[in-house]
Design a binder for this molecule. Structure first.
Ligand code: ATP
Ligand code: MG
Length: 217
């Protein structure tokens, strides 16, 4: 089973991917997480993309496409998050999937009003150790500033800074509109209302594909 999660920054794709991983042993392939890890590890790739990622700007398509080609393995249950971001990446992905003998089962488009996205991004905190994600109001850590899972300090993502916020949201809308049309034409696109609480979003995701309720995928 291979799913793509689409949606603007802060909409909750990562949170849903983690729930699918817990419940159905999905592997998460998140290009944002992958790049942030490269930056933390200070690898040559991390050094190259750091100025872009930390300001919420997009990494060039050729670099992203090569990275996905290199790292995307044929896995049984896979959630792709953060890729593709535009039609060029979607077309490249199609070729990569064919090379691995994989077919796409669904593309979920998460949406929420801009004010909700801004609130989620402003209140988002990330564990510096294990990358767990918190929202200071909706999903706060038990001890302020400390990760529930590993005890490491929490911090804000550099790109979640107020100065980059509007440009990031605007950039998403511009690059993703044609992408949504692209997947709408394939008949695989399902709309998910992500304004509601996380569990309600999750139920919509489960209801979106009949395969979730069969154990056979
Ligand atoms: P979210 O808030 O859900 O994490 P986001 O779009 O702000 O969404 P990520 O998906 O985590 O953040 O991506 C973080 C950054 O990594 C992007 O701003 C961009 O610099 C880079 N990036 C990730 N995926 C891609 C991609 N497919 N193409 C280009 N750049 C990408
Ligand atoms: Mg994310």
């Amino acid at each position: 089973m291979l799913m793509i999660l689409l949606g603007p920054p802060g909409v909750g794709k990562g949170a849903i991917a983690r729930k699918l991983k817990e419940a159905y042993a999905f592997e998460i392939f998140s290009t944002g997480e992958l790049l942030r890890q490269e930056i933390r590890d200070n690898t040559p790739l991390g050094q190259m993309v750091k100025p872009l990622v930390t300001q919420g700007k997009l990494v060039p398509d050729d670099l992203m496409i090569n990275l996905v080609k290199e790292r995307l393995m044929a896995r049984r249950n896979l959630v792709l998050e953060g890729f593709p971001r535009n039609v060029a990446q979607a077309e490249a992905l199609q070729g990569i999937l064919e090379d691995h003998g994989l077919t796409l089962d669904g593309v979920l488009n998460f949406s929420a009003p801009e004010a909700v996205l801004k609130d989620r991004i402003r209140q988002r905190r990330i564990c510096t150790g294990c990358s767990a994600v918190y929202h200071l109001v909706n999903c706060p850590p038990a001890v302020e500033g400390v990760c529930n899972h590993c005890g490491s300090p929490l911090s804000k993502r550099a790109d979640d800074d107020e100065v980059f916020l509007q440009a990031r949201l605007d950039r998403y809308l511009t690059s993703s509109a044609p992408l949504l049309n692209y997947y709408r034409e394939t008949g695989l696109l399902k709309e998910i209302d992500a304004e509601v609480p996380l569990l309600d979003v999750y139920y919509q995701v489960l209801a979106s594909n009949v395969k979730f309720t069969q154990e056979s995928f």
